[in-house]
Design a protein. Structure first.
Length: 344
């Protein structure tokens, strides 16, 4: 694959981010003219990358643009995700839908589909997922399913939730929580959702791929959402994404972390982290099971990822995610939330 000169320059500056790079040396390293380097630097600055330039000293990368760049994602993902197919559009119907269409002609391959806005985003049980926030991020990962997870497909959702916690937590001032099975809460508000969908091979009746759809409320004005969504939704960073936050690094690191937990199977080390961040532990909840309303107290999750609930009659039940609905409203803070971040 041919890489544009500006992209070669950017990758070189990233790999030498703490250094001032002489223009002549950079041109020599890349085997291009100094004028080509100058034009590339100008283009990169126009794209939003902060690059300090000095005639006497050279160039130094200070921060990356927050714009999605497939090249940067590809640069950061680890094996076995190299040569990953990446597709980015500013607005789509649903990144999961794009992934499904692509899989028809690319069975068994890995792919990544990214957008800033969705017009038909959805969550579990076909429920609509609000996808018009100013700083939303929506991406779907196409993953060949490991044999160890064929019988426990829902574990992919748990792994993804833990991967998001791992990557995001250090940038935040308060603890992230996981509402079983697929929602991430911050400051008692829903800030992310996961929708995992299986792609079944008709002949073998086995799962050939899983599509992991992730929706993140990074920043923006919640009051622009519909009234129902406003009651439960929040953002990770308030109204504006921190200057040094990189969407590209976030996506790449989530993929890398998912792969990390897949490599560790069958130890299932992610389960202990999931349990630590489980929302509503020892809380009384109302839930729907096969269209029947139930009540109980959350006691944890078992090794299969089922929710352990103690019912009013003291019976312990283990709930499967497929036929259970737990309303988010009962976990939401009724007070106005303050959005903070540790990123400067």
């Amino acid at each position: 694959m041919h890489i544009k000169i500006k992209d070669q320059v950017l990758l070189y500056l990233i790999s030498h981010q703490n250094q001032i790079i002489n223009g002549a040396n950079l041109a020599s390293e890349l085997k291009v003219s100094r004028n080509a380097v100058w034009k590339a630097i100008k283009q990169l600055i126009q794209e939003g990358h902060a690059i300090e330039s000095s005639q006497s000293k050279g160039y130094q990368l200070k921060s990356l643009s927050q714009t999605i760049n497939p090249l940067l994602i590809q640069h950061e993902v680890r094996k076995p995700w190299k040569n990953l197919h990446i597709h980015y559009e500013n607005g789509v119907t649903s990144t999961n839908d794009l992934a499904k269409e692509w899989l028809i002609t690319h069975p068994g391959q890995k792919g990544l589909f990214i957008s800033n806005h969705q017009t038909q985003g959805r969550g579990r049980h076909g429920k609509a997922f609000y996808s018009k926030l100013d700083e939303g991020l929506y991406f779907s990962i196409v993953l060949p399913i490991p044999a160890l997870l064929q019988a426990e497909f829902t574990q992919v959702t748990l792994i993804t939730a833990v991967a998001l916690i791992d990557i995001l937590q250090d940038d935040l001032s308060e603890e992230l929580k996981i509402k079983w099975v697929n929602d991430i809460f911050y400051q008692q508000r829903k800030v992310a959702g996961i929708l995992s969908e299986a792609n079944v091979d008709i002949e073998s009746q086995t799962i050939s791929n899983v599509i992991i759809g992730i929706g993140l409320n990074l920043a923006g004005d919640i009051t622009e959402m519909d009234q129902e969504t406003q009651q439960i939704a929040g953002t990770l960073f308030g109204h504006k994404i921190p200057k040094n936050f990189s969407k590209n690094s976030l996506i790449a690191n989530v993929i890398n972390q998912i792969q990390h937990y897949l490599d560790e199977l069958p130890q299932n080390n992610y389960l202990s982290i999931y349990r630590q961040h489980l929302l509503g532990l020892n809380q009384k909840i109302f839930y729907s099971s096969n269209q029947k309303e139930e009540m109980g107290i959350i006691k944890g999750i078992n090794d299969q990822g089922q929710l352990i609930v103690q019912q009013n009659n003291q019976n312990i039940v283990h709930l499967n995610s497929g036929n259970i609905r737990i309303g988010s409203q009962q976990f939401v803070s009724k007070k106005e939330t303050k959005h903070k971040s540790n990123i400067n």
